[in-house]
Design a protein around this ligand. Structure first.
Ligand code: SAH
Ligand code: SF4
Length: 428
């Protein structure tokens, strides 16, 4: 979501004749788009601001701005820690940037943080997309779930879905520009439409509409909340040939007591049922997940349930993190149940090791199989061009071919598997 916001910010700035530079020291305007999902991400933002603040002394024309979740959540703290900042703007204020930029250009110090989402047709604003093959389209922002560890509902507000017409128009524009893959984004992408009071506006129906657009391209959607995956959504994925057979469904913990403490609305058994339903329907599907190690009060046995779940569910890949207490959240107040840092990080190590084994095992299943891939990038070494591509099920596949270009689709027979990627040969 942050990457997509950044593309929108760069698009707006381009209207002001700003051009992007990779050399931070050359910039007249530096903006940091922050994430506060874990303390580590927030700390990184503050340390970057410290460096930039020093540059301001030698370059008084330099403007510094901060946006994203740290800005939204911590505006007072940001002001105190980095008083030299010119602009602080929140997650709901991106589309006000044209006015905000004018103000800081007139040397005003500006803080624009609202809790009320800015209502606009997002297609009225230019977007400069970073990649040339895959484009992200946010379809729902915010979250209503209030998982006890998570700060997102406090920084991004309640769920707001965009209207299908606006999304379909954005998708058509993107495809006309030559993109070959669109990824629909949402904190809970499968909650799409619930706030719009029209029972026909669902993720399943949106996929069906997007699938009708002409041309060779593919569609992905992330992130799915386990208990919001409906049979209709699974049917839509099945019916729509352009929709990838890939689901990212964070489980967070393999233990039902911990899931309840996390305020996740499903049990371990219900999660297992969803996974088996999807696997039965799509034999080559990849299912990925997120897990948190060391949630307050998690026992060794409860953590073991998470490791077992990765094995039993044959998960293809998982994002992992040690629990990080966040301000405003319910778990952040469970101080007497916090686990020692060394216990959390030792569990994270074991979780990562389990994930590595699971990934390799999942990748090995594809040896000898044929996958349809989209070429994302090329690398050349010693005169040999390797294509870096992604299969429908999100697996990374490297292969050698001189006739294909970035943005081309190809069928590849998998010959070798490593932990994080596959290797293959083009099928002619
Ligand atoms: N909406 C998605 C997740 C969004 S946040 C979902 O419901 O699954 C992305 C991931 O960050 C989460 O899946 C979780 O694993 C991790 N995360 C969120 N808050 C965290 C915290 N306080 N400590 C550690 N990891 C956290
Ligand atoms: Fe955070 Fe839970 Fe919402 Fe995901 S569903 S964004 S983890 S509160």
């Amino acid at each position: 979501m942050n990457k997509s916001d950044t593309e929108r910010i760069i698009g707006i700035l381009s209207e002001f004749d700003y051009i992007e530079t990779d050399i931070e020291k050359d910039a007249d305007l530096l903006i940091i788009n922050t994430c506060s999902i874990r303390q580590l991400s927030a700390d990184k933002a503050y340390s970057k601001l410290g460096v930039w603040g020093k540059w301001k002394k030698s370059n008084p024309n330099l403007k510094i701005a901060i946006c994203g979740c740290v800005a939204q959540q911590d505006k007072e703290k940001v002001r105190k820690r980095a008083p030299y900042i010119d602009l602080i703007f929140g997650t709901h204020n991106i589309y006000e940037l044209p006015e905000l930029i004018k103000k800081i250009e007139d040397n005003e110090k500006v803080c624009a943080i609202t809790n009320k989402p800015f209502v606009c047709n997002q297609n009225d604003f230019k977007i400069i997309r970073k990649k040339s093959v895959n484009a992200w389209i946010p379809i729902i922002e915010g979250c209503n779930n209030f998982c006890t560890y998570c700060v997102v509902p406090f920084t991004r507000g309640r769920e707001r879905s965009r209207y299908p017409d606006e999304i379909i128009q954005e998708a058509k524009n993107i495809l006309n520009e030559g993109f070959k893959e669109i990824t629909l984004l949402g904190q809970n992408v499968d909650s799409y439409g619930k706030d719009l009071n029209d029972k026909n506006i669902t993720l399943a129906n949106l996929l069906r509409e997007l699938n009708k657009i002409d041309g060779e391209f593919r569609i992905r959607f992330v992130t799915s909340y386990p208990s919001d995956i409906t049979d209709d959504l699974i049917n839509a994925v099945d019916e729509c040939e352009k929709v990838c057979k890939y689901f990212h469904i964070p489980m967070q913990s393999g233990n039902s007591r911990i899931l309840k403490e996390m305020n996740r609305h499903y049990t371990k058994e219900q999660y297992y049922e969803i996974v088996s339903k999807i696997r039965n329907r799509f034999p080559d599907v990849a299912i990925t997940s997120d897990f948190i190690a060391g949630f307050p009060g998690e026992t060794e046995q409860e953590f073991q349930d998470t490791l077992d779940a990765i094995d039993e569910l044959e998960l293809d890949y998982s994002n992992t993190a040690a629990y990080s207490p966040r301000e405003f959240t319910k778990a952040g107040k469970m101080v007497d149940k916090f686990l020692p840092e060394d216990v959390k990080y030792e569990r994270l190590e074991r979780l990562n090791e389990k994930n590595r084994q699971a990934c390799l095992k999942s990748n090995e299943k594809f040896i000898g199989k044929e996958l349809k891939v989209l070429v994302e990038d090329k690398t050349e070494k010693d005169g040999i061009i390797t294509l870096n591509s992604r299969a429908d099920n999100n697996k990374i596949v490297h292969f050698v071919d001189n006739s294909l270009n970035v943005g081309d689709f190809a069928n590849v027979k998998i010959t070798k598997a490593q932990t994080w990627c596959l290797y293959g040969e083009p099928v002619v």
